[in-house]
Design a protein around this ligand. Structure first.
Ligand SMILES: C[S@@+](CC[C@H](N)C(=O)[O-])C[C@H]1O[C@@H](n2cnc3c(N)ncnc32)[C@H](O)[C@@H]1O
Length: 276
């Protein structure tokens, strides 16, 4: 990183970008993220035939290019994810949640799951494979995957993953069972892909009408929001859950101040938030 690149977004534009990303995604980027803005937005500037991020800001300020704005916001999201991330969560679903749901609803009603902030789909597909392994398929379950970024959703829908991605967290037995080779990549089979529907949605919008869900994953995204946004989202997530439904948050994202809506429960070594 050269000091030249650090200094190249001028102060006014930096503040403008911070506010732009905050208003469009709720993501808080504080004042020491010059390098992040520069490294992620320079390619966007080039994509639109511009030389610098400052020029990109001029275009954004004019507000005429909706596509530019979308690319800017999507470039500033962090999309890291992998299969069976936080395995304790999947163990808890298998050993505690599924047996309970099956007992409560032996025949009628599909089990409904939501991967909010789904990124490239590994979270939703890990759950789909787990359900398959437990003898549940399309007929008995429904999984919704949502994200703000349309780019990651396109990848999620394709179900196509690189070698490096299937090497992260996915047991070899499941790779062999549910994927096939596609050139140098791996293609998830239709049987698992059909279990998940991906849609674009902002976590700050209400999804109550899409519920009730038995389980909501909202992992590794709350860290980007401020306290007020977090609280609002937690309340909305509660509104999408069936009574007794589970909310799973990332390990570093405790739901402070949400006692009114959720009861904390330890299952194995993980915390689950049970909707009151
Ligand atoms: C680090 S990934 C987490 C993926 C997955 N949940 C996991 O834990 O592996 C965070 C995702 O949140 C999405 N995101 C950020 N702000 C969002 C918002 N306001 N609404 C919906 N999704 C958002 C990003 O696009 C990104 O794909």
């Amino acid at each position: 990183m050269s000091s030249g690149s650090m200094a190249s977004i001028d102060g006014g534009n930096y503040r403008f970008l911070q506010e732009y990303v905050y208003s469009r995604a709720g993501i808080v980027l504080d004042s020491n993220k010059h390098y992040l803005f520069e490294s992620r937005l320079s390619p966007v500037a080039r994509q639109f035939g511009l030389e610098t991020v400052n020029e990109l800001c001029v275009l954004l300020r004019e507000g005429r290019e909706v596509e530019v704005g979308r690319h800017v916001v999507e470039a500033m999201t962090t999309n890291e994810t992998y299969f069976f991330r936080e395995p304790g969560h999947y163990d808890a679903i298998r050993t505690k949640l599924l047996p309970r749901l099956r007992k409560e609803r032996p025949s009628a009603g599909r089990l409904r799951f939501w991967s909010a902030a789904a990124s490239t789909g590994q979270e939703a597909y890990s759950l789909a494979m787990l359900l398959r392994e437990e003898g549940l398929g399309e007929g008995e379950t429904q999984i919704l995957g949502t994200d703000l970024s349309t780019q990651v959703l396109e990848r999620a829908r394709s179900g196509r993953y690189q070698q490096i991605e299937v090497n992260r967290g996915l047991p070899a037995s499941l790779l062999v069972k549910y994927f096939s080779r596609l050139g140098v990549d791996w293609q998830l089979n239709g049987e698992v892909r059909r279990m998940v529907q991906f849609e674009s949605a902002d976590l700050r919008q209400s999804m109550r009408l899409r519920g009730p869900f038995d389980l909501v994953f909202c992992r590794n995204v709350m860290i980007y929001f401020d306290a007020e946004t977090k609280k609002k989202i937690l309340r909305e997530l509660h509104g999408t859950l069936a009574r007794g439904g589970w909310l799973l948050l990332g390990g570093a994202e405790p739901a402070f101040g949400a006692e009114e809506w959720f009861e904390r429960e330890m299952v194995g070594n993980v915390t689950v938030y049970v909707a009151r």
